[in-house]
Design a protein. Structure first.
Length: 156
């Protein structure tokens, strides 16, 4: 179970108790915000893409979407999300619980600048009913992110 992988990951930092298990689904930004009683923008959604068959993760604020032009400028290819049925194979978590913690090896994680607006954000924690509250420095540290990027725009 992916949430167990995430808890084991955070146990190394004595932070496994920060993982929040919710009674209701948090599989989408809308559901997670409702379950946690926060604004959608503070949900740190993790999107999975393929670049030449190599998976990457992009973590962004919940009120954003990928800006295709900026994505192509950064990665020199069109944004191609990992098909739903292959997400767990590539990433190590199932859709609805994808997060940058306890993932498969050799996956680059990118954090979008849209997250920097907040003191704390809530990424998923490996299952469709979990989350963890982290400040931006903690997110950067524990996600082992490669770099901050500017590839999203606010949804209209």
């Amino acid at each position: 179970m992916s949430i167990e992988k995430v808890k084991a990951y955070f146990k190394r930092f004595n932070m496994e108790d920060k993982v929040i298990v919710l009674e209701q689904s948090s599989a989408t930004v809308e559901l997670a915000a409702k379950a946690l009683g926060i604004e959608e923008a503070r949900i740190a959604k993790t999107m999975s893409f393929l670049i030449d068959e190599n998976p990457i993760l992009v973590v962004a604020a919940g009120d954003t979407k990928i800006d295709n032009k900026k994505y192509k400028e950064k990665f020199h290819t069109k944004a191609k999300m990992i098909p739903f049925d292959f997400v767990e194979k590539y990433i190590g978590h199932t859709p609805g619980g994808v997060c940058p913690f306890g993932i498969n090896d050799n996956i680059n994680v990118y954090l979008d600048n849209s997250l920097k607006r907040f003191q704390t954000v809530f990424p998923a924690a490996g299952s469709s009913n979990s989350a963890i509250e982290l400040n931006i420095n903690e997110l950067e540290k524990y996600s082992n992110s490669k770099e901050w990027v500017d590839i999203c725009k606010i949804r209209e």
